[in-house]
Design a protein around this ligand. Structure first.
Ligand SMILES: [Zn+2]
Length: 248
């Protein structure tokens, strides 16, 4: 080895390093051709080639199996790294004994120390898979909620059209789909108010805190004793609406 250093002068340390045939080569060979690449091949399908539907269809026992495999591979990856790192350190130590600490080759080896590689980086991991499944399930739930709301809204519009038709109002002439619900609600509100007023108003209203047994006729701006300002409110929709007096 001494010959190589002294003869080349300003040598190319990388080229030289290759001629030394260090354990790095073993590590690299093992990494690209060994069990890790075989498993990476298997798991590339597992993680990256699964469709969302396939991910969601994984059973708990399948997930457990993947988890166990990942843990096993992680261990092997760790052992592989330890072996290569130990050999690299031994080589640096030996070279330091042969050359001074300023040797470019030693510097090169230290700079290019074996880095712990996680082959999961390229193909995802069990944790990523679990996270994907969780996100997909949440997305599904959101879509279900949106569909439910959308369905309820369409159903309400449909009911409003029937309600308004029964009042001899025509779609496209007297109302359109965008304001059918609002119009139906208004009509029903006015009907219920007229009925309540004809019946003499209400004995009680929200926020009534009058001294005497008060009430409201449903028309005046104030309750019978004049203590509170009251107006009508409604809840539900045109098909199941109820109205009540409310102080404000
Ligand atoms: Zn009152």
């Amino acid at each position: 080895m001494d010959n190589i250093f002294f003869k080349t002068g300003r040598f190319n340390s990388k080229k030289l390093y290759k001629r030394l045939n260090p354990p790095h080569k073993f590590f690299q060979f093992s990494e690209s051709r060994g069990i890790i690449s075989i498993m990476a091949f298997k798991y590339s399908k597992m993680f990256t080639q699964r469709t969302n539907e396939q991910k969601l269809a994984l059973t708990q026992s399948e997930l457990d199996e993947i988890k166990a495999d990942c843990e096993k591979l992680d261990k092997e990856n760790d052992a592989e790294y330890q072996t290569a790192a130990t050999k690299n350190n031994e080589l640096v130590k030996e070279l330091k004994q042969i050359h001074s600490g300023n040797s470019l080759l030693v510097k090169y080896l230290e700079k290019n120390a074996v880095v712990k590689k996680n082959w999961f980086n390229n193909i995802g991991s069990y944790e990523n898979l679990i996270r994907d499944i969780k996100n997909l399930k949440e997305e599904q739930e959101r879509a279900k909620m949106v569909a439910k709301v959308e369905h309820a809204r369409k159903d309400q519009v449909q009911r409003a059209v029937i309600f308004l038709n029964n009042k001899s109002l025509k779609l496209g002439e007297d109302f359109n789909l965008d304001d059918a619900v609002a119009q139906a609600n208004n009509i029903r509100f006015e009907e219920l108010k007229a009925e309540a007023i004809a019946n003499g108003g209400v004995d009680d209203f929200n926020g009534m805190n009058c001294d005497t047994d008060c009430g409201w006729d449903g028309v005046s701006h104030r309750c019978n004793c004049g203590n509170r300002r009251v107006d009508w409110s409604w809840d539900g929709d045109f098909d199941n609406m109820y109205i009540y007096g409310e102080a404000y």
